[in-house]
Unconditional design. Structure first.
Length: 202
C-alpha cells in the first residue's frame, strides 16, 4: 500500500456569486489578495503556495489541480507550482473530486483543498494530514465549525471516485470515523465568494 498523500485542488467552479458583483469577466481565483504573509498574490496562488509549504514539510507528496480547459491562467499557475493539471468541462465539486482521485488512486489519502480559500495556514494543512488514518476523515475545527481542507483516508478511494455532480464529499462523513482537528486558524472557514472577502478580517 502506498504511503503517499495527494492534495486535490478544486479550481473548476464558475464563481458565479463573485462574478455577479465584480463582473462577468472576473475570475476570483485570479483576483489579487494580501496573503497572511502580507504579500499580494492571486487567490489561487496563495492556496498553491500554502500547499507548497506543506510539501516542503513532507506532509504532501503530490498535487492534482482540477480546472476547466478555457482557464488558461489557472492552468499555468497549477503547472508553475508543480501540480498535475486535470481538465474537465464540469464545475461540479463531486465531478472534480472523482476526476482527481481517478487520476491519482494509489495513495494512503487525499487532501481536498478549495481553490478559493487562500488564508489557511500551512501548519493547519500539516495538522489535518497528520491526524489521518486509513478509515478516517480528518476535518479542521475552528470556533466550533467544520472547515477546510478535509483529508480522506485510503478506505474512501472508491467512494470518492463515485462522486458526481455539484455535491461534494461531505456525505461521506457518515461512512467513516470523523477526526476533528482543533485549529487556531480562522482561515479554514474563509472562502472568497465576493470581492469584499478578498480582505481577510477574522
Amino acid at each position: 500500500m502506498s504511503t503517499t498523500l495527494c492534495a486535490v485542488v478544486l479550481a473548476a467552479g464558475q464563481g458565479s456569486r463573485y462574478r455577479a458583483v465584480a463582473g462577468a469577466d472576473q475570475d476570483k481565483l485570479l483576483a489579487p489578495c494580501v496573503g497572511r504573509d502580507g504579500i499580494v498574490r492571486p487567490v489561487l496562488e496563495q492556496v498553491l503556495l500554502n500547499l507548497q509549504a506543506a510539501v516542503e514539510k513532507g506532509a504532501v507528496d503530490n498535487c492534482v489541480l482540477l480546472t476547466r480547459p478555457e482557464r488558461l491562467e489557472v492552468i499555468e499557475l497549477g503547472l508553475r507550482y508543480g501540480c498535475q493539471v486535470e481538465l474537465l468541462a464540469s464545475g461540479g465539486m463531486g465531478d472534480s473530486i472523482a476526476a482527481a482521485v481517478t487520476a491519482q488512486p494509489d495513495h494512503r489519502g487525499w487532501l481536498v483543498v478549495l481553490g478559493d480559500m487562500p488564508f489557511i495556514l500551512p501548519d493547519t494543512l500539516v495538522r489535518v494530514i497528520g491526524s489521518l488514518e486509513e478509515g478516517s476523515v480528518s476535518v479542521p475545527v475552528s470556533a466550533g465549525e467544520y472547515g477546510h481542507p478535509v483529508a480522506f483516508g485510503r478506505q474512501f478511494c472508491l467512494p470518492l471516485m463515485a462522486l458526481a455532480g455539484e455535491r461534494g464529499a461531505r456525505r461521506l462523513f457518515q461512512a467513516g470515523r470523523v477526526r476533528e482537528v482543533p485549529v487556531d486558524d480562522p482561515g479554514v472557514l474563509w472562502d472568497v465568494d465576493t470581492p469584499a472577502s478578498l480582505v481577510f478580517t477574522p
